[in-house]
Structure formats: structure tokens, C-alpha cells
Design a protein around this ligand. Structure first.
Ligand SMILES: *Cc1c(COP(=O)(O)O)cnc(C)c1O
Length: 427
């Protein structure tokens, strides 16, 4: 038995399913998880000493690669002054100022500890601001695990085959209305039915929790116009796309400003951080200035702020990082497309910038229904082969491949070579 296997046997006795987040479980690919001991640059190493080229990157935060020396140094130096004070600090002001200076739509921001918290709080603020209750989300988009958002919520929920979650009272989701991604008419129909009742529309501007689904030309712009016309708050959930598609996230990438934005993942550089921000008049609804209550013992934690701010500054000051990742993306995802074609598989490879996904289906994937046409058993077979040959992919068809700046032409070529071996062995 490997050390990972024996750790897993122990883990399941004390942790539900042996994991602290269901996306880490290997159930849907018929395996048990590899336990990671350490990571460096584009690699992770498991407790048995196997090294993998890593395409999870902690689900996005490690955009500079693992163990970046500047981030590590910031964490260590800041920790020497104390881990948490539960009082105001200079670092959180610097972080907030930096975000507001560099993200045009964000005039004020509040730090929290996870993406889930960021979305939950943004929705509360949007409801408080508009005095309305109903929220529109899109099928297949994931916005964290707060009660109101666990409706048609993508990856983790999809993989487990749970349509919804137990333990969420119907009352908590009765105001969550679900539209179809890339279908503006489905949004208009909801606005028509609930005229004057929609507080906010929340969307992943590139949906990266049902694989990777790109917005069709004009879709986001029409959504923007619709929200403005109806007085609904447009929230871009940029927990994955923020600081990834471009420094200014999806807003910069697509040239569209949201009214509110939520961040997570990259903003903490691997520490538990989230944030929500937007127009001043909305953000001033939040306590202690406004009537919308939201708080957090560890929010704006100095060590987390030091890590995140260091990473953000590196990203902002080195725009070549985005050029490099886009180039790697073209090589990796373009190479995958080419290989699949060579072996007669007409699978779509959806990708943009440093995010991509191969769907094991013959259909074009532009929404949740189409994503669900994928053959998850075929994906599992591919996943196992890749893992056994040193490629660490997310253990689900419905997750993105995350490239980061530490990847190189060499790691990309090695990955394509393994994929070729896989296709050859199954030809
Ligand atoms: C990961 C994710 C979240 C939730 O963030 P956590 O930090 O896991 O709570 C919310 N929205 C999107 C788009 C995400 O990808």
C-alpha cells in the first residue's frame, strides 16, 4: 500500500470522505486521492515521492507557481510580527487601496476569508441596496456553498450527482432564479416574470466550474445593459477570473464593468482570502456605515494580506506574465485540439487565456446542459492515465485546467506527449 493510500484509510475515519473539500476526492475517477507533501514552481510532490506537473494550482491561487520566493518571504516577515490582532492594520489599507486604484469599477472593497463569504456578502449588500430579494444565477456557475447559491451549482455538486444540497431549506433558495448560460432570452424572461423584484444578477464571466464555458459574443454586454435598464446589480464573480484573465479580470478582458465584483483564490496567493467590492453607494450599505451586517474575526488578516498584496503587485508590475500564460495556453490547448483531431476524437477544447478544458463529448459546449453530455467514464480513464504518467489534473470532467506562470514550454510539451501516449494506447 502506498503512503497516500494508508493516509486515506486513516482520513476517512475522521474526516467526511477523507477530504476537507469534496473537489479533492477521487471518487468520480474511481481512485483515492494522492496526498501532497510539497510543491515548487509548476510541480507538486506527493507523500510517496512522486512528482507531477500540476494543473490545479490550488484551484487558481498559485498563478505565479508554487512557493514563489517573494510571496513566501512576505508571509514569513509579516508572521514574525504576530499572526492576527483582530484590529485595524496598515496592510489591509494598502490592499484595499491597491485594488481600488487598479480595478476601475471598484471604489470600495471589504476583505473576507473565502470566495463563499465574498459572494454571500455581496448578495446581501445588493439586496440591502436595492431593497429587493430575488437573485438570478446561471445553471452550472458555482458561487460558493452558501445556502442561496446551492442551486444548479456546477463542478463539486455535478460530479457527486447531487442536483441540490440536503440541509438547505427551500426558503433559502426560493429567491434564487436560474437562467441558462449564453441565453440572454432566458434572463429577459425572468426579468419579465419578476418585474421590479430582481436585486442582482451574478455570473462567472468565464464559467470555470462546469469545465470552461466561454461567453458568446455580445452575451455579457447584453446582460450589462439589461441590469442597468432594470436597476439590478450586476455582480461578476471573479473568484477564478479575477487577476487571471488579465490583471483587471473579466472586466478588463471583456471591457465590461460590473456593479460589484467578488474575489478569492489569487487575491490570497494561497492564504484563505476573499473580497467583495464595487460602487461606493452600494458598499456604503455595509456595516458599520450602513444597515447591511457583515463581519469577520480574521478578515484582513495581516499574513494573508501580505501574501496576496505581494502576488498582486508582481502581476500588475509584470504584464508579460499574462502574455506568457496566454502563449502557454495556445500551445497546450491548441496542442490538445491537434492531438484529438489526429486520433479522430472530435472533442471540444474550450479555452481562453490560462484556463481550458477538454470535454469528452462530440457536442459544442456553451452551457451546463451541453457540459453534461460529457462521458465521465471516458474522462476518468484519461485522468488515471495522465496521473500515473506524472500529470496532476483536477479529478473531475467539470473542472478547469489552470496554467500558471511557472509552467514552461517544456512542461507543456511533456504534458502533450503524455496525452499522445494516452490517445495512442486507446486507439
Ligand atoms: C472557488 C469559487 C468560489 C468559492 O470560493 P471558496 O474560497 O472556495 O469559498 C466562488 N465562486 C467561484 C467562481 C469559485 O470558483
Amino acid at each position: 500500500m502506498t503512503k497516500s493510500e494508508s493516509l486515506f484509510q486513516e482520513a476517512v475515519q475522521y474526516i467526511p470522505g477523507g477530504v476537507n473539500s469534496p473537489v479533492r476526492a477521487y471518487g468520480s475517477v474511481g481512485m483515492t486521492p494522492r496526498f501532497i507533501a510539497k510543491a515548487d514552481g509548476p510541480y507538486v510532490t506527493d507523500v510517496d515521492g512522486n512528482r507531477y506537473i500540476d494543473y490545479i494550482g490550488s484551484w487558481g491561487p498559485m498563478i505565479l507557481g508554487h512557493n514563489h520566493p517573494a510571496v513566501l518571504e512576505a508571509v514569513i516577515k509579516t508572521a514574525e510580527n504576530g499572526l492576527s490582532f483582530g484590529a485595524a492594520t496598515e496592510l489591509e489599507v494598502q490592499m484595499a487601496e491597491y485594488i481600488c486604484q487598479h480595478i476601475p469599477s471598484v471604489e470600495m472593497v471589504r476583505m473576507v476569508n473565502s470566495g463563499t463569504e465574498a459572494v454571500m456578502s455581496a448578495i446581501r449588500a445588493a439586496r440591502g441596496y436595492t431593497g429587493r430579494n430575488k437573485i438570478i444565477k446561471f445553471a452550472g456557475c458555482y458561487h460558493g456553498h452558501s445556502d442561496a447559491m446551492l442551486v444548479k451549482a456546477g463542478s463539486g455538486v455535478m460530479t457527486a450527482g447531487i442536483p441540490d444540497s440536503a440541509g438547505v431549506p427551500a426558503g433559502c433558495t426560493q429567491d434564487t432564479l436560474t437562467a441558462v448560460y449564453n441565453d440572454i432570452d432566458s434572463v429577459k424572461a425572468i426579468f419579465d416574470e419578476f418585474d421590479g423584484e430582481i436585486a442582482a444578477v451574478i455570473i462567472e464571466a468565464v464559467a470555470a466550474n462546469m469545465g470552461v464555458v466561454l461567453p458568446k459574443e455580445g452575451f455579457l454586454k447584453e446582460l450589462r445593459e439589461l441590469c442597468t435598464q432594470k436597476g439590478a446589480v450586476l455582480i461578476f464573480d471573479e473568484v477564478i477570473t479575477g487577476f487571471r484573465l488579465a490583471f483587471g479580470g473579466a472586466q478588463e478582458y471583456f471591457g465590461i464593468d460590473a456593479d460589484m465584483v467578488t474575489y478569492g483564490k489569487i487575491i490570497g496567493a494561497g492564504m484563505p482570502v476573499g473580497a467583495y467590492g464595487g460602487k461606493k453607494e452600494i458598499m456604503e450599505m455595509v456595516s458599520p456605515v450602513g444597515p447591511v451586517y457583515q463581519a469577520g474575526t480574521l478578515s484582513g488578516n495581516p499574513v494573508a494580506m501580505a501574501a496576496g498584496l505581494t502576488q498582486l503587485k508582481i502581476l500588475k508590475e509584470n504584464p508579460n506574465i499574462y502574455v506568457h500564460m496566454a502563449d502557454l495556453g495556445e500551445k497546450l490547448f491548441g496542442g490538445m485540439k491537434q492531438l484529438l483531431k489526429e486520433y479522430g476524437r472530435t472533442y471540444p477544447v474550450n479555452h481562453t487565456a490560462s484556463l481550458g478544458c477538454v470535454y469528452f463529448t462530440e457536442k459544442d459546449v456553451y452551457n451546463y446542459e451541453m457540459a453534461k453530455t460529457s462521458d465521465t467514464d471516458a474522462f476518468a480513464d484519461y485522468f488515471r492515465f495522465m496521473l500515473e504518467h506524472g500529470i496532476h489534473l483536477a479529478p473531475s470532467q467539470f473542472e478547469a485546467i489552470f496554467l500558471n506562470h511557472a509552467h514552461t514550454d517544456a512542461t507543456v510539451l511533456e504534458t502533450l506527449d503524455v496525452m499522445k501516449q494516452y490517445l495512442e494506447s486507446r486507439a
